[in-house]
Design a protein around this ligand. Structure first.
Ligand SMILES: Cc1ncc(COP(=O)(O)O)c(C=O)c1O
Length: 399
């Protein structure tokens, strides 16, 4: 059946407003099915997790189903799925637990391509423990990350790397980075927040000891998810309340989980698995098929958009890596990207201007703290949307 953009767009009530959304990397619009699952969870009997009453059973089911859904999406194990408020909160929590045995002489690697949420928690943990922080740079022209070999040593304890830059879209070679990290005995913490919205994830192939993502970037609700091998989670011991369980993964989830959001996570993964239009034998098969279709669709739409942008002499495109997501960072000769953001917003074309918390990357690109105008494609992006963007930009540049 393939990728049916009209069918998909009809599932997103927010699109009825007429806005062209290029702000997906900041958070996607939500399909009706996900919103209905959240409302359904809240309007059905709902109590705390348990096995006796209907409300308890529903809460239990929402948690277990969401773990299964995330395992299917990431190619991981259900008992390796930890839910949290956001990817940032999960990275802060895990950085504190992972760094407990760090000390002087140990080395931690972070990259200038990453969102600050996969840099600062590690930098602060290194500072607290006396470990040395090492930076992996990227080439501002090509957007490619430098070789990991330049910063690894037998003292490296952890490499924190993004699977895709939320600023310029670069997809670093995570599988070979994690392989090199493992060869020196280091762990690899992979930020998959931007990547998961565009690519078929296999945490084992990526060699991600820890993999974080945020369902609100892939048509789901606002929370964070971390995956790690259950055997690795068994080695980490967070402080916890006396009556709460020591079981993995529950011991990393504090207090009551947001059951309605978890119902939304399951619905989002179900929805993602239907994007390609083909029925799979399993949820994982459906997800694989959908991401193949989505990648091809987004790739073609991006190629047309880039062809148009390349004819505009005043537009500089900072997204140039060989492998990258359909996310473009733009700046304009003699014109402010904030003005462009406002100009486009007045025409219901939503493409914000910022560093998007990829502060180190923005500075490395020579853009200081300002960043640029970010144009991100999402599963509901259409050719009409990109035409409106191109027209809006032409008008802005001529104004
Ligand atoms: C690549 C990347 N990492 C991390 C984050 C932070 O995610 P969260 O809002 O779930 O903390 C974002 C959010 O924009 C992101 O794009």
């Amino acid at each position: 059946m393939g990728y049916d953009i009209d069918r998909i767009r009809a599932d997103f009530p927010a699109l009825e407003s007429g806005n062209a959304h290029f702000d997906g990397p900041g958070g996607t619009q939500t399909p009706r099915q996900v919103a209905q699952a959240i409302a359904g969870a809240l309007t059905a009997p709902l109590s705390n997790r348990g096995t006796l009453t209907q409300g308890e059973k529903n809460a239990e089911q929402f948690v277990l189903s969401a773990r299964d859904a995330m395992a299917a999406l990431l190619g991981g194990e259900s008992t390796g799925v930890v839910f949290g408020r956001s990817a940032t909160q999960l990275c802060y929590d895990f950085s504190r637990w992972i760094s407990r045995d760090w000390g002087p002489g140990d080395e931690i690697v972070v990259t200038r391509l990453d969102h600050d949420s996969n840099i600062r928690p590690w930098a602060q943990a290194a500072e607290r423990t006396g470990a040395t922080l090492k930076w992996l740079n990227f080439d501002p022209e090509s957007g490619e990350l430098d070789s990991i070999d330049s910063v690894l040593s037998e003292h490296t304890k952890l490499v924190a790397v993004t699977a895709a830059s939320n600023l310029i879209g670069t997809k670093p070679p995570v599988a070979s980075i994690s392989k090199a990290a493992h060869e020196v005995g280091a762990l690899c913490y992979v930020d998959g927040v931007h990547y998961t919205a565009h690519c078929f994830v296999d945490v084992d192939e990526l060699g991600a000891d820890f993999y974080s993502c945020s369902p609100y970037k892939f048509l789901g609700p606002h929370l964070g998810v971390l995956h790690a091998r259950p055997s690795l989670l068994e080695e980490l011991w967070p402080d916890k309340l006396l009556p709460s369980t020591n079981q993995v993964p529950e011991r990393f989830e504090f207090g009551t989980l947001p059951y309605e959001m978890l119902a939304g996570v399951s619905a989002a993964v179900d929805y993602l698995s239907t994007l390609g239009g083909a029925q799979g034998n399993s949820l994982r098969d459906g997800v694989r098929n959908s991401f193949e279709s989505l990648e091809q669709y987004e790739h073609e739409l991006l190629a047309k958009l880039e062809a148009e942008l390349s004819t505009m002499s005043k537009v500089k495109i900072h997204s140039n890596a060989k492998n990258r997501t359909p996310t473009l960072l733009l700046t304009f000769e003699g014109k402010s990207t904030v003005d462009a953001y406002h100009f486009l917003a007045a025409r219901k074309v939503d493409a914000p201007s910022s560093n998007f918390y990829a502060l180190e990357a923005s500075r490395r690109l020579g853009l200081g703290n300002d960043g640029g105008l970010r144009v991100g494609l999402a599963p509901y992006s259409s050719a009409e949307d990109t035409n409106r963007l191109v027209t809006g930009l032409r008008e802005f540049l001529a104004s």
